[in-house]
Write a protein that binds this ligand. Sequence first.
Ligand SMILES: [Zn+2]
Ligand SMILES: [Zn+2]
Length: 317
Amino acid sequence: PPHSLTTLSAALEEVRVIPAYLPNGLALKEAVQKARIWLQEVEIFQSSNQHPPVETLVELVTRGHTIPVCLDPLPQLESLYADVESWKDCAAKTFLKKNSCCSLYEVLCPRSDICATGLKKKIKKSKECLQNGKGKVPKLESVATFNEARLKEMELFRSLQTANSIKLLSDAECMETKVCVCKKAATGSMLQCQLCKDWFHSSCVSTVNVHHGELPWLCPLCLRSEKPSFEQMLPLLSTLQKIPVRLSEGEALNYVFERAMNWQHRTKQLLSRDELRLARMTSQVAIQTCQGISKQMAATELEKRVAEGNLQVRLEL
Ligand SMILES: [Zn+2]
Ligand SMILES: [Zn+2]
């Protein structure tokens, strides 16, 4: 087993008084120096007020293993790293579908892979590839960049919805327009995705959640992750708080959670406001058309919320 820094420093002192050139002495000196620098950096890492990024932890652990000196804080850092990994595993189990071609970070961040012609179909990446890099997903550094990405996502989805919802207006268009994952014409039993508004052949897509009727049906391109409930997310958030490093996946999860809470709050407000308004109008023997308009307004507003609500988290009202 490697020796402690104190023993080695003492040995180094002994080497210094020997008036001969010792190659081993030089290696010893280097190891002691590396160990001292490493220990200093660990101290900064552990005492910093702000949580350091996980990359610093990984670097310290890796470097610690290459230094042939017994480093007291190393096991502690290793166990912290193990905590990080097990948190990520847990989060991945909660959010990722089986054989998912997206990384955890990717599904937690607002989507950027949307264009007017449809959602980009992903080529399946290898597991290692997913674990090593964050793929092509740009790393979002602050709440402001998350907000920007969210607005962009909503805008892209809205134009996709507009493009898709006018696809099948006439019979002629039915024959020509390409729909579904198979990019063929619409025939037979078709399903419409509640988010992108494109049409899909029942035979091409899994209809598992259609029959349950609990959740709106989302096509395979829109439903790229599981949609855990708030209850399933809470343990992840509380474990995350106890991990004293900054994780990009953790930041993305916090953002998703806030976004979902905010969505739920605004939707509840909207519904209660509208209920009140409708109640008042009915009591005044209001003109029916008026009600119709109001309902429609609410429906349009709701539609917007629904699109957003369909994105990541299962929301209950
Ligand atoms: Zn098809
Ligand atoms: Zn869709």
